[in-house]
Design a protein around this ligand. Sequence first.
Ligand code: HEM
Length: 494
Amino acid sequence: MDLLFPLLSSIICFFFLLHGLDLYRRRRLPPGPIGLPIIGNLLDLGPKPHESLAKFAQKYGPLITVQLGTVNLVVASTREAARDILLRHDEACSGRPVPHAVTALKHHDMAVLWIPPNETWHTVRKVLKLHLTSQHKLDTLMGVRQNVLEGVTDFLRERGHKKVAVDVGEVAFAVSLNQLSQTFCSQNMTCSYESEDIREFKMAVETAMEVQGVFNIADTFPVLKRFDPQNVWRRAKAAFMWLEDKVQGSVNERLKNRDSKLPRFDDVLDSMLDYCHDHEADFNVEHIKTLIVDVLVAGTDTIANATTWVLSELLLNPHMFSRVREEVSQIVGEDGKIEEAKTLDLPYLHAVIKETMRLHAGSPLLAPHITQTEVKMGNYVLPKNTQIFVNVWAMSRDPRYWENPTVFMPERFLKNKLEFKGQHFEFIPFGSGRRRCPGMPLAERMLSLIVASFVYHFDWELPHTKEEMDMNDLYGLTILKATPLVATPDQVTR
Ligand code: HEM
């Protein structure tokens, strides 16, 4: 008992000393809310961190610091601050903090989203461009994506005929999954557009996305990693293993085919295996497997989610739906088919897609960046290893840049000609600079073709009035619609 008081006082003094030391270290960082000792601002973030951080920015300025346990996080919330980070200090700010969940990936040191911009990262991005996203590849692989979409159109016709509603996000997920798996391995990863198989795949991808984006206490207090108190690492392991197994199966089968000198498929997998053969020292089969898992995770849920938001907005605004359909009808061939290349020339469709990405930014805070060296920004100094978020959500709704920022108005993009390619910093749903999304040109094509087809071929009947549509969102590495969009596709007869 005699010892209890001095012991307690020493512990309290120790924590206050640490807190004081931390405040001293933070003195050259941008300002921000003072948090509690030890946990800092962890409790201030709430279920929608992008919104809480936007409120802090209104109070403390364009560049703020919040403390999450042992981590200092700097957040940029204006286009000038974003430009500083992603353009002026692009190289210094292009590292990634690796969430504990990501270490559950078998080869996380090859995962392009999370590795620092080292040799491996350069090689993987080069391979991605060479075999998938260069203009030439986008054009030559277009037919594969169109074929998959025609398959899903038949499925939707059949559903509509039977008056059965579908989950639009689930169908768009299956389309993007099969478009990517056909492009890579000439096979459909899912045989049906509505089955247990697709739900399992979607669940694995959604879990992979969620665990990479969640605020995990083990990331802010590394000492907790071994206990995995939120069960994040274990869930990550299960999801990644499931995806790795699927991809491993396809790659191993192809390797056997090649050993047996069976005819080539001449798809992306064959061309990457050829590349491996010629560049064995820096790109091998494990890189290929990891890259395919990365692309399946990065390019399915994002497309499904964006399709869900676009269609939801169009169903809420029937005159815009009709205008898109009218525009698409100008490019439909005599056989009723829609060519992907032609959808790229539809200004109103693109304005609708951009406006959806503005209001429902896929990744509200981009993926986290980290400084690789000390960075001086105006009066502030960000030490090496400072984590950075760019609050795309806040910039996309800032009344200084957008008239009626919370209103869905695609017309604004017909007037202002803003692009999402990374030069207009108030609108960067794909990021900017060297870590910008390498899948952007592919995503633009996939999304345009899916939306054009869904709108041109079908009227979509909601099970409720449009006024009852729930447009709430759920925070994550991507912002999901809280309630799935369920509607019956009624084929338009012409
Ligand atoms: C609507 C669809 C998509 C959206 C909104 C989106 C958005 C993003 C964002 C915001 C980032 C992080 C940028 C940063 O941290 O600065 C990113 C990274 C990435 N995206 Fe996408 N993306 C989409 C589709 C795709 C597709 C189809 C692919 C397939 C190739 C893809 C592959 C990647 C990869 C590999 C990275 C990591 C890049 C790196 O860290 O170097 N994405 N994406």
